[in-house]
Write a protein that binds this ligand. Sequence first.
Ligand SMILES: [Zn+2]
Ligand SMILES: [Zn+2]
Length: 400
Amino acid sequence: MIAQSPEPVTSFRPIASNERFSRQSQIHGWSQEVLSRAKLLVAGCGALGNETLKNLALLGIGTVGMIDFDSIEVINLSRSVLFRKTDVGQPKAHVAASRLAEIHPEMQVTPMHLDLTSELGAGTISDYDLVLGCLDNIEARWHLNRLCHAASVPWIDAGIEASAGQIAYFDALNGPCYECSMSSSMWQRLNERRSCLLPAQQRAVPRNIATTSIISSLVAALQVQEAVSQLHHRFAPPQTQSKWSVLRSGDRITTRLAPYSISVLHSRRNDVCLAHHDTSIAIFDLEVSPSQISVEQILTYTNMDAVELDWDIAIALECPTCGTNPVCLPSFRVVASDLNCPVCCDPRRPEWQSRITRGSRLATRTLADLGIPPRSYLSLVTNNEHRLHCRLQKTNRMRA
Ligand SMILES: [Zn+2]
Ligand SMILES: [Zn+2]
């Protein structure tokens, strides 16, 4: 599963002293061509995402995708350089994209107004060289880590507090991943957010982090510096690659403002981390959208017995008075009103399942009904636990 990457740049193109990027091109080892060919995806367009995106546009990055499911509020304006008062109510990703096009008109921008925890397939990530996480919660980071690993694309996580922040680089094929270094309290917070008993609206409530534009601009600068270094390290002419100091997978830079400090820590790979799937598992590419194919059809086509999901599906809602109502509801689409009986208003108990087998009632439903986003990488299993990864892609070839 190798992500599409640009060909390495083999030589420098001279840049005239009056060109837009001439000042930065004077830096020893700098290749503007590497940056103009680079494809970066920024997950999160909040305070941190604004600063990161602004830096990418000023540096002349060629292609930038940006994801956020949120809309702009007045409280965002004190920390978001790309947003104006007249933008309140508009999707953050779309407004950010249009402002970047003003700063750097040649930049290819792709805004995605979606929730990466339930609406983003790993295939979309595989279109990019590097992902920059500008997220504010563990659940979104956990998902992004899994998606980047499935797509074989490295990512740089960034996070801020009032007067401290950190960045960390993860390339799960070559070292520890985000999940490897999660502490027990982080797992507890993740499990609380992912709890099937918590309706979707409550899970989506963002954290209110006390912070300023000062720490977000500082941490975004570190994140983008690392992105520039990683891009040069991978794609610049070989004779200059060694000029760039890069983090190893699992390295984390922490910076504090009171008292001033900056430190680098390295984390270890956790041998039982579930994010590191077996790379020897066969891969099957299928040119289909999740709304076009049922579970039964994909299992028959691939000769497998079940689709295994990373989330639970409510297959029934049981009212103690009125009986059981069969449904097909992914956990992240369950809302508070689903958990009360519409007839007698008593609480209803959901019955959950995460493995949908051939011949079962839910097998007649489409993959989209199960909450599987376009371009997802699916895990299929046989009854004797033989596995196959199925990529919903734009090609129709089989790789073993
Ligand atoms: Zn891991
Ligand atoms: Zn009832």
